[in-house]
Design a protein around this ligand. Structure first.
Ligand code: AHR
Length: 510
């Protein structure tokens, strides 16, 4: 039997997790907004047109922050189209996704939805076709109290109080040739710097995210990050990272090794940030906003067909990936990777939230349902709050076609001091062998197991659907817990959450 040992020491703290690493993303794309969060014709809609079944599931995920309105969409978006009386709003061509945008939802509706969803907005400005002026206009509209053209316009449009959005992305994927208004690294760096400076004059309390590379394989990576930060180091707070993975070769063992690539990508971006820090003799650290990540590949052929052959539809079914059980395992592995880097990764957004590469799906007629990937995100978001402990993991390895030897088990421990809980997240990504897993919780005194939650399935390709599905978590009573050490069998190909109540003496525990 293979073995793995995770040692979690209370005193070896890596970082306090910023809950915003469990963020998400809503873009004007496909049926994410129209038919996703907003569907006034649906019996499930509330009086403002927002789907209550979707809101319920979003609240279940405890999503702390939602990026909006794009994505590629933002790079040719005119935010003014989405304000004022709905009947007067223009219909426009959305150049990013070759769709028709009605503008029925704009910044007011999104702010309303955020408060219903109990989340915060992470706004993006258009630095593709627009620039400093329009970014400042939008910020003035959203955050200035009153007495100016744009703040008074907001009040006239029904929002007496400023939205007070504090987190802003300076454009989207500006390194990508597919981006409307694509720029070179110097062009973007200069524009991002000037926009950041002007925006911080309007509201010095905002935090700004500069665009990093669109993925690890961009030919301009990592020079892009270095150059952009040379221009913007003193004026921005975060650099963005984006990465999607797919099991395109139908090689599941190698697919589950892709979280190692994500880990390397993060380490490389940190190294570039720190190189520029050293060059600038700066004391400031640039933080990471991993504001697009997920599995994305199932919908490729359908998306291509719609975009190429059936363009300019209103809310077409784009990027509607149906996720398998193995996709949920990779999502779990990616979440563990993000938690391990909580010292530098302060924001991360699973892309996206509803219908579009999403944990929540909404059929045209019916109720919202949970995809396989819903569960690891929910577990991490609900139980992964607190202090991430230094990950000391000893595990065996197995061979993969593209990544060579990779670890069987990936795991991380999070200590929630406030609620006296230690929660351990673990994936056995060995597809053929169970692993005997020891959790050595030294320094915690006696611990009592509250729950062992498992996501497992004999079929790696199992999916869920509108009427339920085959992939849902179960509770197991299979942990031997004695004297600060807990031992359990990690089933081959499984996502596991162990929840312990910690305390100095057994009589302190419930
Ligand atoms: O999330 C889907 C798209 O992926 C986004 O619009 C873009 O930023 C990325 O390429």
């Amino acid at each position: 039997m293979k073995t793995a040992i995770l040692t979690a020491d209370k005193d070896f703290k890596r970082a306090v997790i910023d809950p915003r690493i469990y963020g998400s993303f809503i873009e004007h794309l496909g049926r994410a907004v129209y038919g996703g969060i907003y569907d006034p014709g649906s019996p499930q809609a509330d009086s403002e047109g927002f789907r209550t079944d979707v809101l319920k599931l979003v609240r279940e995920l405890r999503i702390p922050v939602v990026r909006y309105p794009g994505g590629n969409f933002v790079s040719s978006y005119r935010w003014e189209d989405g304000i004022g009386p709905a009947r007067l709003r223009p219909r426009r061509l959305d150049l990013a996704w070759k769709s028709l945008e009605t503008n029925a939802v704009g910044v007011h509706e999104f702010a309303q939805w955020c408060s219903k969803a109990k989340t915060q907005a992470m706004m993006a400005v258009n630095l593709g076709t627009r620039g400093v002026t329009e970014a400042c206009d939008l910020l003035e509209y959203c955050n200035h109290s009153s007495g100016t053209y744009f703040s008074d316009l907001r009040i006239k449009n029904g929002a007496a109080k400023p939205f007070d959005f504090k987190l802003w992305c300076l454009g989207n994927e500006m390194d990508g040739p597919w981006q409307i208004g694509h720029k070179t690294m110097d062009e973007y760096g200069r524009l991002a710097c000037e926009t950041a400076r002007a925006m911080k004059v309007i509201d010095p309390d905002i935090e700004l995210v500069a665009c990093g590379s669109s993925n690890l394989h961009m030919p301009t990576f990592p020079q892009w990050e270095a150059t952009v930060l040379e221009h913007t180091y003193d004026d921005v707070d975060y650099i963005s990272m984006h990465q999607y993975y797919g099991n395109t070769d139908n090689d599941s063992a190698d697919f589950l090794a892709l979280s190692d690539d994500m880990d390397r990508f993060i380490r490389s971006v940190i190294a570039v940030c720190d190189f520029v820090k050293a060059k600038k003799r700066s004391k400031k650290n640039i933080k990471i906003s991993f504001d697009e990540w997920n599995v994305w590949f199932h919908s490729g052929a359908q998306d291509k067909d719609i975009i190429e052959n059936l363009p300019w539809q209103q809310a077409p079914p784009l990027l509607e990936d149906i996720y398998t059980f193995e996709d949920a395992l990779l999502v779990g592995l990616m979440l563990i990777t993000l938690m391990k880097h909580a010292d530098r990764v302060k924001i991360a957004c699973m892309a996206q939230l509803v219908n579009v590469i999403a944990p929540i799906m909404v059929p045209e007629n019916g109720s919202a349902w949970r995809q396989t990937i819903f569960y690891p995100l929910m577990h991490a978001s609900v139980y992964g709050r607190g202090i991430v402990l230094e990950p000391a993991l000893s595990t065996g390895c197995h061979d993969t076609s593209g990544h060579g030897d990779v670890t069987d088990v990936e795991a991380v421990a999070v200590y929630d001091e406030e609620h006296c809980e230690v929660n351990i997240f673990a994936v056995n990504r060995n597809l053929f062998e169970d692993v005997s897993f020891t959790m050595d919780l030294r320094g915690f005194g006696n611990v009592a197991l509250k729950e062992h939650i498992v996501l497992e399935n004999d079929d790696l390709k199992a999916v869920n659907g509108p009427f339920g599905g085959q992939v849902a978590p179960v509770a197991r009573q299979d942990v031997d817990n004695d004297d600060g050490k807990a031992v359990c069998l990690l089933k081959k190909a499984s996502w596991n959450v162990f929840r312990f109540k910690s305390g100095g003496r057994s009589d302190e525990m419930d």
